[in-house]
Design a protein around this ligand. Structure first.
Ligand code: ADP
Length: 346
């Protein structure tokens, strides 16, 4: 662990990483990164790297854990063994169990669990790289992943922390500020400012606490804009893919051409019918037998007639040998009978 810096805020009011005191770290979001999950999100926030996968709503097993009137939310916060400088022992520990619990509670007021009685919604938050504020980062990612999974929520949840260094309140603590600061106040809230998570380490005066909450509120407002923008662009992209997929453009052209062809053919047919009617009318007027023959030829094409003739010929050819064989067979029978009688006579 690096040593405690002498100063956290310089003479220009900038922090060690160059941020203003009320400035959040850079956030990058990628949605739908785990194809097997119902919803997922990869989020980078400063040097934090978080992956969240959401599964469900799905039937909860064992059944005795099911709630008759709502879905159960399970939230597992886990730090990868390689997420910090010192290797973290795999498996749950007091800290991860606590963070999992408070994070789950941060979502319980917003997720419309009553729609899925007997079901479970699983949220897996994996911290791949930790750099202070991982619980808040994971909540921000989980919120997006839940939305990506299409789980109905009253609001997204956004989360950030305010701390105190050099006697000043600072928004979104970095690692040094988190480790050596005088206070750490992680908060999560809905769009309406309803607080769903609030924890505090260290000491703040009442005034500082109020101001810190206001700073958190502004931080969460900014984060919610980022979350919404990420979701908007994801679903706008999806919609675009449905509306105008590039590969479809060519076939749309082809479809138009085919329609034209069909239309042309229909026009030709209509014309042909009209001229046929005219012919029939004039023939009927003439009352000639030729017209009847012509009509008949219309119904049976020349090929049909030729085929019928050919069939007849084949039948004629086939009939002859059948007769011959029968006759010969009959003769043979007679011959045997004669021979037989001759034999008996002998
Ligand atoms: P949060 O990450 O939500 O701020 P903490 O305040 O408990 O949670 O942790 C602050 C930071 O301390 C973490 O982000 C991580 O960088 C570091 N940290 C936490 N647990 C460990 C650990 N077991 N080993 C090394 N570093 C840790």
């Amino acid at each position: 662990m690096s040593d405690k810096p002498e100063k956290f805020i310089d003479e220009n009011g900038l922090r060690l990483d160059g941020r203003q005191i009320n400035e959040i770290r850079q956030m990058k979001i990628k949605i739908g990164v785990i194809s097997r999950a119902d919803g997922s999100c990869y989020l980078e926030w400063g040097n934090n790297k978080i992956l969240v996968a959401v599964y469900g709503p799905r039937e909860l097993h064992p059944r005795r854990l099911q709630k008759a009137d709502s879905a159960l939310i399970r939230y597992r916060y886990n730090m990868a063994a390689f997420s910090v400088e010192d290797r973290i022992r795999p498996g749950p520990n007091r800290r991860s169990i606590e963070i999992s619990k408070v994070s789950r509670e941060a979502f319980e007021p917003v997720v419309m669990t009553h729609l899925y009685p007997g079901a479970v919604i699983d949220v897996f938050a994996e911290v791949l790289q930790a750099d202070a504020g991982t619980r808040t980062a994971a909540i921000n990612a989980a919120s997006i992943a839940l939305a990506d999974a299409g789980i109905p929520m009253k609001s997204l949840v956004s989360s950030c922390a305010v701390g105190k260094v050099d006697g000043q309140l600072v928004l979104d603590l970095n690692k040094a500020e988190d480790n050596y600061g005088d206070a750490d106040l992680p908060v999560a809230m809905t769009q309406d400012g309803e607080i769903t998570l609030l924890q505090m380490d260290g000491n703040l005066t009442q005034e500082e606490f109020k101001k810190a909450l206001e700073m958190c509120k502004e931080g969460c407002r900014q984060i919610m804009e980022i979350q919404k923008e990420a979701l908007r662009s994801k679903f706008a992209d999806d919609q675009l893919a449905i509306e105008v997929p590039d590969e479809m453009v060519e076939s749309i052209d082809i479809a138009v051409t085919l329609e034209d062809v069909v239309e042309e053919e229909r026009e030709t047919e209509v014309e042909a019918e009209a001229s046929a009617e005219e012919i029939t009318k004039s023939d009927a007027e003439a009352g000639s037998e030729d017209a009847e023959i012509e009509d008949a030829e219309d119904e049976y094409s020349v090929e049909d007639l030729e085929e019928a003739d050919a069939d007849e010929e084949i039948l004629e050819v086939e009939e002859e040998p059948v007769d011959l064989i029968d006759e010969e067979a009959g003769n043979e029978d007679e011959k045997v009978a004669t021979e037989g009688s001759e034999t008996r006579e002998q």
